[in-house]
Design a protein around this ligand. Structure first.
Ligand SMILES: Nc1ncnc2c1ncn2[C@@H]1O[C@H](COP(=O)(O)OP(=O)(O)OP(=O)(O)O)[C@@H](O)[C@H]1O
Length: 232
């Protein structure tokens, strides 16, 4: 994925980015609150049209494509599932947004995606009857069902507590590696970056830096990042 001389504006906030992320990479995005991390994801996902510059995937310019037509799946902290529906109904809606009716092959696909996230046998369970960790797994199953090659994660596991968060990041790592997904993870926690991503993008006051080696960056952070990390 490439961001080529992107300039974007959200209200009075300006963002600029030129970078490229290799296919199959897992990359963390870190930066202070309000620095522009979500704005960057909005540009990549197509929720915010840049003023200038291009978003490219596999050499194709996707800047003008609607969010649903992009090769991108998104996982936010708010679960993307309806609490009163069963997991099967929720996933059927993800496959067939209009009707939620199951077509030939859908059940197998749903069962396979539940198995991939360790939720075999949960299809008839309502979301409201599941733990926070199980709900996170179900929302991951939903986004995986879309079969998009790029996954954007905006602090999706922040509410889970440290042990469960690590478990979910490891699960995403396993699935992403097995399927060759390219993953961008926004996080406030440098430990997430160390655990999850060999490369890290720093966002500072709307300026997006290209990916750098995570360990090198965090072991010897530049002044702006050092202040944000609170490391002296
Ligand atoms: N429509 C808007 N009008 C004015 N300012 C906006 C608008 N949308 C976003 N901003 C500002 O843009 C900046 C970047 O916001 P963004 O949500 O991308 O930051 P972030 O790094 O994701 O922050 P956080 O870590 O707190 O989620 C913020 O200062 C925000 O207040």
């Amino acid at each position: 994925m490439q961001l080529d001389h992107i300039k974007a504006r959200s209200g009075t906030f300006d963002l600029s980015a030129t970078l490229s992320v290799e296919v199959g990479q897992r990359v963390a995005i870190i930066g202070a609150s309000g620095s522009g991390k979500s704005t960057l994801l909005d540009v990549i996902a197509g929720f915010l049209t840049p003023v200038s510059g291009s978003v490219l995937w596999a050499g194709q310019n996707i800047t003008a494509k609607a969010p649903g037509a992009r090769p991108i799946g998104i996982l936010f902290q708010d679960t993307n599932l309806f609490p009163h529906l069963t997991i099967r109904q929720n996933l059927a809606l993800a496959l067939n947004p209009g009707s939620g009716r199951l077509r030939a092959g859908d059940t197998e696909q749903i069962n396979a995606s539940l198995a991939r996230v360790g939720l075999e046998g949960f299809a008839e369970r309502r979301l409201s009857e599941m733990s926070g960790g199980q709900q996170s797994r179900a929302s991951l199953a939903r986004v995986l069902l879309q079969g998009r090659p790029v996954l954007l994660l905006d602090e999706p596991f922040a509410a889970l507590g440290p042990a469960l968060k690590v478990e979910m990041l490891d699960l995403v790592t396993e699935v992403a590696d097995a399927e060759g997904l390219t993953v961008l993870l926004v996080s406030h926690d440098p430990q997430d970056a160390r655990r999850f991503a060999s490369q890290t993008i720093v966002v500072e006051a709307g300026q997006v830096s290209p990916p750098q080696d995570t360990m090198t960056l965090l072991d010897n952070p530049p002044p702006g990042l050092r202040a944000y990390l609170g490391s002296g």
